[in-house]
Ligand binder design. Structure first.
Ligand SMILES: NC(=O)c1ccc[n+]([C@@H]2O[C@H](COP(=O)([O-])OP(=O)(O)OC[C@H]3O[C@@H](n4cnc5c(N)ncnc54)[C@H](OP(=O)(O)O)[C@@H]3O)[C@@H](O)[C@H]2O)c1
Length: 226
């Protein structure tokens, strides 16, 4: 646990930080920050729990140029404050908005919401030899042939894979959480908690779920104290 955070500030982080870290560094294989020209990453669904930490890791740790999607003034402001250099709207035409922001294509796409809706746009926007990662299950088959001409890649991130299959590298999740804790204590990253409900009872659980079901959560909701 980061030494500089309260329990509720820290509780917001592990699941989403593991997901975002694995998506960026293990699945998309974003290289460590270097003096090479910054590569670009489109994060679809930037203001949610995973997006809020993914933006920070991508900008502040990996040195990527990040275009995050957000559809409302408050979510757009949130992703900008976390470091996204460009904001576009996930309910609009993503490739067209990317062009307006000066991007003919992006090196990486991270889909954090509605894979069925966003996969074709991600395939159109990804650069030749680029990579797309999603963390959200699709309902209908995805047409991966859209990626063939570009030799682009598609990969899943599921933060339970390592524990579910007891993979030999399971301890990597502990190591990455240690690194996240250090980055928090060094003030490189900030917690993503946006709302704390207390105590943990049926009424607050219901309220938290109802808020999540609106699909408009910014950051992470934490429940505290029995
Ligand atoms: N694979 C894994 O290991 C893993 C781990 C964690 C979470 N997940 C899954 O990942 C998803 C994201 O979870 P989360 O907690 O980070 O965020 P979330 O609470 O589901 O996301 C809320 C955000 O999504 C945006 N949004 C709403 N509709 C959208 C759409 N059609 N397209 C793009 N963005 C949209 C909203 O932005 P606006 O208000 O600006 O519209 C809002 O800020 C969930 O489905 C969750 O189950 C998977």
């Amino acid at each position: 646990m980061p030494q500089t955070l309260s329990f509720e500030q820290a509780a917001a982080l592990p699941l989403t930080a593991i997901t975002a870290w694995e998506a960026l560094f293990d699945r998309l294989k974003v290289p460590p920050r270097s003096s090479a020209p910054a590569k670009s990453l489109l994060i679809i669904g930037g203001a949610g729990g995973v997006g809020s930490i993914a933006i920070q890791l991508a900008v502040k740790v990996a040195g990527l140029k990040v275009i995050a999607t957000a559809s409302r003034p408050e979510s757009a402001q949130w992703v900008r404050e976390l470091g996204a250099q460009h904001v576009i709207n996930h309910f609009g035409d993503l490739p067209a908005q990317l062009k307006e922001q000066g991007f003919d294509s992006v090196d990486y796409v991270l889909i954090l919401n509605d894979t069925d809706r966003h996969f074709p746009a991600a395939a159109a926007a990804v650069a030749p030899q680029g990579m797309i990662c999603t963390i959200v299950e699709n309902a209908a088959p995805l047409d991966v042939s859209l990626l063939k001409a570009k030799s682009a890649g598609f990969i899943w991130e599921f933060m339970f894979t390592r524990s579910m299959f007891q993979t030999a590298d399971m301890q990597e999740q502990g190591k990455l959480l240690d690194q996240v804790a250090q980055l928090i204590d060094q003030k490189t990253l900030v917690t993503t908690v946006s709302q704390v409900l207390s105590p943990i009872n049926a009424a607050n659980l219901r309220q938290a779920h109802a808020t999540l079901e609106t699909g408009r959560v910014i950051g992470k909701i934490v429940l505290k104290d029995f």
